[in-house]
Ligand binder design. Structure first.
Ligand code: GLN
Length: 533
């Protein structure tokens, strides 16, 4: 049976709880333990799939096809292991499942209630697969005091009683704000949020105190005294220069030591890989400017994995990367992309911003600027080709309205392994996408083959529309190469433009599989193509 670490947040949202859990997971792995990280989101959406990226940031997709909270991306990147659909849940999903059971008559006529039915469902989710790993880290989204989160806190309270103190820990991530007028960090908001936890029957074992300022010793002592936490378990968590420094920074402050002591873990951590990574990150040998033409660029969280994948490639190629986030609707788009060494056209949904993206693709193609198109970026690369190279002026995607030349169209059936998946054109928005990992066969001798150095790959998908392969021959006559196809040969997965030094676009999301210790070949390839010659 695994030991459990629960993580809650206090005082403010956006404290980096997800990163803290991910970093703790990495630190425990460095001590030779196996870990599993889970996210419990109190909101009522069944999954984040239909949520606006501006509100909730990127939707992360697991290899088994779950649309999940972006924190799962942090978990995967820091622990270098795949998350699954059993690692992310929302109140919406918990309630749907309980209500479905009630309709089926599973509760045998009992009155269905938050306690025990909802809390039991949450507990079952948390404990699922707990015999397979040493430690399960479970993060509750939101902040203590949120109404929706109450059943999650109650489930945690019950579990902590059942598991016993030696098998579970509660880490409360909190904020120490700095009041300029008083010239000091304030501990009172943390004291209040710990009180709020205590009224729910939960007492934190470790306080992870986020702060933009140095945390003085007297603040630590005060927190220990007023919050009923051991002094050495009040951990300073000041901002780190780069997120990949967090494991070593938190280690120095004693986070994993506090966990090791509570769980009687004796192994010392081996942090050499993390230290080496930081040395590489801090010593770039060249500089590269990469432009990203997207429509959610005002909120970096909307492109979290993409941002990280570029960073990983920069570390691997020892290049400092300046990322230039360009709004696809910016009137000065062309002048903004003129100075970049390479371009990325990321994924996206809907018609807004596509003209700008098509312009950027055309610019990159005509001016030999290295380009990586992702998902919508690949679909628009093909639309741009049909419009400018084949003279099909109304070539478009059926996503943007009816067209006589549907070069990109909605698919209603495809193969998932041995199984055929079917969707109706008017199905709900939730659950109508090609989601998760699918195989792709790469043609030898292509740029894709050169980058991946293999012919069989698996990549993660999240889209409803596909490039229509009946246009393949005419496009190939213009220098395009469909270098990656689904194994049945029907769905284009990678398209390249061979008259160009580096023009490659893929239907899947390579950024979801990039990790600091195994950067993705399409991103390292792009960065290499951008390096000064
Ligand atoms: N909107 C496009 C589709 O659904 C592309 C999606 C994406 O870029 N993830 O097919």
């Amino acid at each position: 049976m695994a030991k459990f670490i629960f993580t809650t947040g206090g005082v403010s949202s956006s404290l980096g709880k997800g990163l803290a859990c991910a970093a703790l997971g990495a630190l425990l792995q460095a001590r030779g333990l196996t870990v599993r990280l889970r996210k419990l989101d109190p909101y009522l959406n069944v999954d984040p799939g239909t949520m606006n990226p501006y509100q909730h940031g990127e939707v992360f997709v697991t290899s088994d096809g779950a649309e999940a909270d972006l924190d799962l991306g942090h978990y995967e990147r820091f622990t270098n292991q795949d998350a699954t659909k059993f690692d992310s849940v929302t109140s919406g999903r918990i309630y749907s499942s309980v209500i479905a059971k009630e309709r089926r008559g599973d509760y045998l006529g009992a009155t269905v209630q938050v306690i025990p039915h909802i809390t039991d469902e949450i507990k079952a989710f948390i404990c699922n697969g707990s015999d397979d790993v040493d430690i399960i880290i479970c993060e509750v989204g939101g902040t203590v005091g949120d109404i929706e989160a109450l059943p999650f806190f109650e489930a945690m309270r019950q579990l902590r009683n059942e598991l016993g103190n030696e098998n579970s820990l509660l880490i409360h991530v909190t904020l120490l704000p700095f009041l300029a007028a008083a010239g000091e960090l304030k501990t009172k908001p943390t004291q209040h949020s710990v009180q709020a936890l205590q009224t729910l029957g939960l007492r934190p074992d470790i306080l992870l105190c986020r702060s933009e300022h140095e945390i003085p010793d007297d603040a630590k002592q005060k927190l220990a005294l007023f919050c009923n936490v051991a002094y050495e378990n009040v951990i300073r968590a000041q901002d780190a220069g780069n997120i990949y420094e967090i494991p070593t920074v938190y280690h120095k402050e004693g986070l994993d030591a506090a966990v090791a002591k509570a769980f009687k873990i004796n192994a010392a951590p081996d942090l050499k890989p993390w230290n080496d990574l930081i040395v590489k990150l801090k010593n770039p040998k060249s500089k590269v400017r990469i432009g990203i033409v997207g429509k959610y660029v005002q909120l970096k969280d909307a492109y979290k994995s993409l941002d990280q994948a570029i960073t990983h490639a920069g570390i691997a190629e020892q290049a400092e990367i300046e990322k230039i986030w360009i709004d696809a609707e910016d009137k000065k788009l062309l002048s903004k992309i003129q100075g970049v060494d390479g371009l990325i056209i990321p994924g996206g949904f809907g018609e807004r911003g596509i003209d700008g993206k098509i312009k950027a693709i055309n610019y990159a193609r005509k001016n030999n600027v290295p380009l990586l198109g992702i998902c919508l970026g690949m679909q628009l690369s093909v639309v741009e080709a049909a419009r400018t190279e084949l003279g099909m002026v109304d070539a478009s995607s059926t996503e943007f309205g009816t067209t006589n030349t549907p070069i990109v169209a909605r698919m209603t059936e495809w193969m998932s392994g041995e199984q055929k998946e079917l969707r109706g054109i008017s199905d709900d928005m939730g659950g109508t996408m090609r989601l998760g990992s699918f195989a792709c066969t790469i043609t030898e001798g292509t740029l894709a083959h050169n980058l991946y150095n293999k012919t069989q790959i698996d990549e993660r998908h999240r889209h409803r529309y596909e490039v229509n392969f009946k246009y393949r021959d005419v496009l190939e006559s213009k220098g395009y190469v469909f270098s990656g196809m689904s194994p049945d040969g029907l769905l284009p997965e990678i398209v390249e433009y061979h008259p160009h030094p580096f023009f490659i676009a893929c239907q899947f999301h390579p950024e979801l599989k990039s990790r600091p210790f195994s950067p993705h070949p399409l991103f390292t390839g792009l960065v290499r193509a951008c390096l000064p010659k």
